[in-house]
Design a protein around this ligand. Structure first.
Ligand SMILES: Cc1cc2nc3c(=O)[nH]c(=O)nc-3n(C[C@H](O)[C@H](O)[C@H](O)COP(=O)(O)OP(=O)(O)OC[C@H]3O[C@@H](n4cnc5c(N)ncnc54)[C@H](O)[C@@H]3O)c2cc1C
Length: 325
């Protein structure tokens, strides 16, 4: 961002140690970190404006992301989307953010700015070339066993260029150890790795979103179940949100997204289902304890069979069977 080096700005490395309440915090980037911190600061009573060139939480299913966005707006966060930051400049004791939007140039004057536009690994100064370890802008190049271009050197975590999550770094460590110590040919597979945005409500996704599934498969089924129909959610007054499951037309589970309370916990059963290649039928066999939020997973799965149950032929068969007592 032009002008950034001339102003004071926060990053994820400095923002957690500030000792003064910002008057107005402008956040550059509406990805997970930008949105989480926007909501946190808004709830601490700070005026917050988030500036995003594309859509907020643009990687997520728009239907689910919209519920998170609504929650932030209710918390008082101002969102400026479709606004590309062209430069920042010092203004008095604060910072002016200049943006190119649909209506031309626009500005936001803030006391503080937080840059949350993504993180890139830095490997400068490690002289990796001398060890024959190749790298590019995404990090150190690795194969699926996490071996670098020097087969005796492995790379794990964010620097290995996969999804940037603590649980992925942990997963990588297990893969590398199995390869190095036990000589097993363990390989990474990100298809069942969940990602969570820790806003309130949480937004969780594993596997394909609806758009990804439609791009990869000719026919897909979309199954939903709302928190508002779940007794535990009602008792806890956490009725906002829903689960959305994507399957092939035959019922193979392709992905699941949940926006709502405890979404990060509830997504885990779907991660296992995808990892195991399960069909939606397996999820209908689950017996979740009552009253728990986990019931939404089974209810969404049962939705797969609802069109069959309401077919006239099936209804006639049920009617016939009743004649036999
Ligand atoms: C604000 C924020 C929130 C996040 N929230 C989540 C979350 O909720 N859940 C989640 O799963 N992930 C989250 N992440 C991502 C998560 O933090 C990273 O994916 C994870 O920390 C990656 O672990 P790592 O060990 O690869 O890298 P890091 O945790 O970045 O550790 C790398 C370490 O190497 C050190 N280092 C760098 N260069 C050198 C060198 N030359 N010599 C010696 N040491 C060096 C660095 O100082 C650092 O301590 C978040 C990230 C951010 C920025």
């Amino acid at each position: 961002v032009p002008g950034l080096s001339e102003v004071d700005f926060h990053t994820n490395e400095t923002i957690f140690s500030i000792t003064r309440k910002p008057g107005h915090l402008a956040i550059l980037g509406a990805g997970p970190i930008g949105m989480e911190l926007a909501q946190a600061f808004a709830r601490l009573g700070v005026q917050v404006t988030v500036i995003e060139a594309a859509e907020p939480l643009g990687r997520e299913d728009p239907e689910l992301a919209a519920i998170t966005v609504e929650a932030l707006l209710r918390d008082g966060v101002t969102l400026r989307t479709g606004a590309r930051v062209s430069r920042v400049e010092r203004r008095g004791r604060g910072v002016r953010v200049v943006m190119d939007g649909q209506g031309g140039e626009d500005t936001v004057d803030a006391s503080d700015i937080l840059v949350a536009a993504g993180r890139r690994p830095t490997v400068d100064g490690l002289d990796l070339e001398k060890a024959g370890v190749s790298h590019d802008g995404e990090g150190i190049r690795v194969d699926r066993r996490l071996r670098t271009t020097n087969r005796r050197v492995y790379a794990v975590g964010d620097v290995a260029g996969g999804p940037q999550f603590t649980h992925v770094a942990n997963y990588h460590a297990g893969i590398a150890i199995r390869n190095i110590l036990f000589r097993l040919r363990a390989k990474v597979d990100y298809s069942h790795v969940p990602r969570i945005t820790f806003t309130a409500p949480e937004l969780a996704q594993v596997g394909m979103t609806e758009a990804e599934a439609r791009a990869a498969h000719r026919r897909v089924r979309i199954l939903r179940w709302p928190y508002a129909e779940n007794d535990r959610a009602r008792a806890d007054r956490e009725t906002q949100g829903h689960i959305k499951v994507v399957t092939t037309h035959k019922g193979r589970i392709l992905g699941a997204g949940i926006v709502g309370a405890q979404a990060g916990e509830l997504i885990q059963v779907w991660s296992l289902a995808i990892q195991q290649g399960l069909d939606i039928k397996a999820m209908t066999a689950l017996v979740p304890p009552y009253p728990t939020l986990g019931e939404i997973s089974r209810r969404a799965a049962i939705e797969f069979y609802r069109p069959d149950l309401t077919r006239p032929l099936v209804r006639r068969i049920i009617g016939l069977l009743r004649l036999f007592g």
